[in-house]
Design a binder for this molecule. Structure first.
Ligand code: PMP
Length: 353
């Protein structure tokens, strides 16, 4: 029998391809998927170790993730009723799309941005409407308002640019549209400001967050969204019952509570980020001011060539191509030592051209 046909709209999809995860990451300087170069809080292993030791794993996890939601609430000064836990923030984005976007509906988002948004629209048989960022990485509210969206995503800070729109301008966007505006703050831990207070001020603002970046837990798969309690009730209907496993919830809660550790890691990354951005500019790249744990390099020495040469030296960065603009390099902020090696290699490659 031949392969059974998929639904026509699934048949047409390309599907999202995440950044490369090499088989032997220990050998590679891995600066391509914005992981944190520092280990998670030691409290994470303690919490997970205790659960592994006492036999709790034979039980299902708490489907309401109450303890975890309480840790999120403490961190952000919101109530636990405003929090929904997800299997990574991608899961939160999926839940939102499932709940708000049906066949033929419009899912709008700025571009260039997180490539997954298009795939989420396509899975629903919906229409992805991409609103072009202005050259300074701001958004014209008229463009977003004209999209006719049932749901809008805004990565803020944005990937790949690392740029951020201030909360006042985000509020203006939210006021101009008739649908939920999801502010995807996957990189919010590296930014000066966040939009969480807008959730209380405006009915249509939702914020998503991850523990993958600022809290060094990409491997655990845990994130959350913050919304009005009435909206959370609706979203609960479409999430998988046990979307977060017990170890992720325990480890995630421990990480959220270890604020001093999170702050110290963040401070180190911000210092390295400033150095990396400056060095990339001196190599000829245009690097917008980053509010995330990566920098975006455009317009300098050809991105494809630098990407390949770096890869040949076991240094992996992300080559990104968006329609209508030259390819660029998105480089994750690693440890100081990793960034020194990257910069030495880049200087050598550029000097030898
Ligand atoms: N949003 C953006 C803008 C991202 O870059 C990522 C990371 N790929 C995510 C969300 C998802 O992160 P996670 O699922 O690991 O929480």
């Amino acid at each position: 029998m031949s392969t059974p046909p998929l639904l026509p709209h699934v048949e047409r999809m390309t599907g999202y391809v995440p950044g490369e995860q090499p088989r032997d990451p220990a050998r590679i300087i891995k600066l391509n998927t914005n992981e944190n170069p520092y280990p998670p809080s030691a409290k994470v292993a303690e919490a997970i170790g205790a659960a592994l030791g006492d036999g709790r794993l034979r039980l299902y996890p708490d489907p309401t993730a109450l303890r975890f939601r309480e840790a999120v609430a403490r961190r952000h000064g919101v109530s636990p009723e405003m929090v929904l836990a997800g299997n990574g923030s991608d899961d939160c984005l999926t839940i939102l799309t499932r709940a708000f976007v049906g066949p033929g509906d419009v899912l709008a988002y700025p571009t260039p941005s997180y490539v997954l948004y298009r795939t989420l629209a396509e899975i629903q048989g919906a229409r992805a409407v991409e609103v072009l960022f202005r050259p300074d990485w701001t958004i014209d509210p008229d463009d977003l308002a004209a999209s006719g969206a049932r749901l809008a995503f805004l990565a803020n800070p944005n990937s790949p640019s690392g740029t951020a729109i201030p909360p006042g301008a985000v509020a203006e966007l939210a006021r101009r549209i008739d649908c939920p505006l999801v502010v995807d703050e996957a990189y919010g831990d590296f930014a000066g400001e966040d939009c969480i207070r807008l959730v209380s001020e405006l009915e249509n603002v939702v914020v998503t967050r991850t523990l993958s970046k600022g809290l060094s837990l990409a491997g655990l798969r845990i994130g959350y969204l913050i919304a009005r309690p009435g909206l959370i009730d609706g979203l609960l209907k479409v999430k998988d019952s046990y979307n977060c496993d017990m170890l992720s919830l325990l480890g995630g809660s421990a990480a959220l509570d270890d604020e001093d550790y999170t702050r110290s890691v963040r401070d180190r990354i911000l210092a390295t980020r400033a150095r990396l951005a400056e060095a990339a500019r001196s190599l000829g790249y245009t690097v917008p001011e980053s509010h995330a744990n990566f920098v975006w390099c455009e317009g300098g020495p050809p991105a494809e060539e630098i990407y390949e040469s770096l890869k040949g030296r076991d240094i992996l960065v992300r080559l990104m191509r968006y329609p209508g603009r030259p390819a660029g390099l998105r480089i994750t902020v690693g440890t100081d030592e990793q960034i020194d090696r990257l910069l030495d290699a880049m200087r050598e490659i550029v000097g030898g051209r």
